[in-house]
Design a protein around this ligand. Structure first.
Ligand code: NAP
Length: 267
């Protein structure tokens, strides 16, 4: 029941109409019997939004496109990993001080750990916000990083930053990666026929991860399954980054399976 003691959490982004974060966090609060509610806001200006978080004593916030970088100048403290990535996706309000974290990197890297990352050739497609978080995690775990991206300079800059190399999209055939990770929006609804990585280059034994989770079975994930690759879908990453946010806010580990089911039931 919502009353005067209810704590407020939210997502700050624009647009956020598609966001599944309210679904998973409200489900986790309900399951844990925590008197809190999680809402979605679409501020035009992140500075004013952060001031509102302080004024209204909002306990925590997810930060998404396009504010993950611009939010950083408005915070009191940022943890080392978020600084290394150069983006914040989580705010924690600790007694009026706003702390910034990034849970995207760990969410991408954790499902890859069983396959091994050290000395593996990891091809990241994309050089945007998600790519930065994933590249940081691969670099930290000593993977051999290869970046490919439509905008060449952005791709080269990201590769340089994390001691990787850049490959032009048309030269991917010269590569034989162990792990392929799509961090672009290619394959996302409504353009589900777009492929971030050519299906003909997929081989059995490769690990293929897609950050896109609408649809759950992207063209890349389906093609990878058909070719006998190990696949990790975008919903796994989404649930993991959300669960890490919930842990930062409450200290409690939510049930990942219940959160996944909640998203699948509310598609
Ligand atoms: P972003 O910062 O806007 O980056 C977008 C990336 O996609 C850039 O590398 C861009 O290339 C590339 N791209 C976009 N349209 C393209 C096209 N038509 N052809 C080739 N490349 C194209 O966005 P982001 O925050 O990194 O998010 C990217 C995707 O990851 C989104 O689908 C998002 O929903 C998903 N995501 C998922 C999770 C999760 O938890 N599962 C977390 C974060 C993001 P250019 O540099 O050439 O523009």
């Amino acid at each position: 029941m919502i009353n005067t003691s209810t704590d407020l959490y939210c997502v700050l982004g624009w647009p956020v109409g598609h966001s599944k974060s309210p679904l998973i966090h409200n489900r986790a609060f309900a399951d844990q019997k925590i008197n809190a509610v999680y809402l979605a806001f679409e501020p035009r200006d992140i500075g004013s939004a952060v001031e509102s978080v302080r004024t209204l004593q909002i306990k925590g916030a997810s930060v998404t496109i396009p504010f993950k970088e611009s939010v950083m100048t408005h915070l009191d403290w940022i943890d080392e990993e978020a600084l290394g990535i150069g983006a914040v996706n989580t705010l924690v309000n600790k007694n009026g001080k706003l702390l910034g974290y990034n849970t995207d990197s760990k969410a991408a890297v954790d499902p890859l750990k069983p396959f091994g990352i050290k000395d593996k050739t990891v091809c990241i497609i994309g050089a945007g916000g998600a790519a930065k978080a994933v590249a940081y995690g691969i670099w930290k775990h000593q993977g051999r990083l290869v970046i490919t991206n439509r905008t060449v300079q952005k791709g080269r800059d990201l590769a340089d930053r994390f001691q990787g190399r850049f490959v032009l999209p048309q030269d991917l055939k010269s590569l034989d990666p162990d792990i392929v990770i799509n961090t672009t929006s290619l394959g996302m609804e409504p353009d589900i026929d777009q492929m971030a990585y050519p299906a003909r280059l997929l081989k059995p034994g490769m690990v293929v991860m897609d950050a896109v989770y609408t649809p759950l079975n992207t063209g890349l994930i389906s093609a990878a399954r058909e070719k006998g690759c190990d696949v990790i879908d975008g919903l796994s990453m989404f649930i993991a980054q959300g669960a890490a946010q919930f842990r930062l806010w409450t200290g409690i580990e939510p049930d990942l399976e219940i959160l996944r089911k909640t998203v699948l039931e509310n598609r």
